[in-house]
Design a protein around this ligand. Structure first.
Ligand SMILES: [Zn+2]
Length: 116
């Protein structure tokens, strides 16, 4: 279950923030999760509920936004959507270059917190 270590890290970040800003309770955690990431929302919430018990973030809601995958072409500077269909290439639509890197759509990050 790869959601578990991810949630551990997120909770650590959230609690550190809560302690620093003297937050009484964390109500919601807004997360950006890349489209290519295989994190599953229901498991994330499940592990979160489990790990956050007794902490300031107990019962906080995870609000997850899926971020579409995008590529950046190092040759012409174009950014374009990443396609997950195996028979379509992810070459640049402008210059057909293949020197492209993923700039969005992977991993996750904590975007915002709702606290009291
Ligand atoms: Zn290009």
């Amino acid at each position: 279950m790869h959601e578990l270590p991810v949630i551990e890290k997120i909770l650590k970040v959230v609690l550190a923030h809560a302690a620093k800003h003297r937050v009484r309770k964390v109500l919601a955690i807004y997360l950006d999760v890349g489209e290519l990431s295989d994190l599953e929302e229901q498991w994330m919430q499940h592990y979160f509920d489990h790990l956050s018990k007794g902490s300031r973030a107990e019962k906080a809601r995870l609000v997850i936004e899926r971020i579409p995958a995008r590529l950046y072409c190092a040759q012409c500077g174009e950014t374009f959507s990443f396609t997950t269909t195996p028979d379509e290439s992810n070459a640049c639509p402008v210059c057909a270059g293949c020197d492209c890197q993923l700039i969005a759509g992977q991993g996750y990050f904590v975007k915002n917190l709702e606290v009291i």
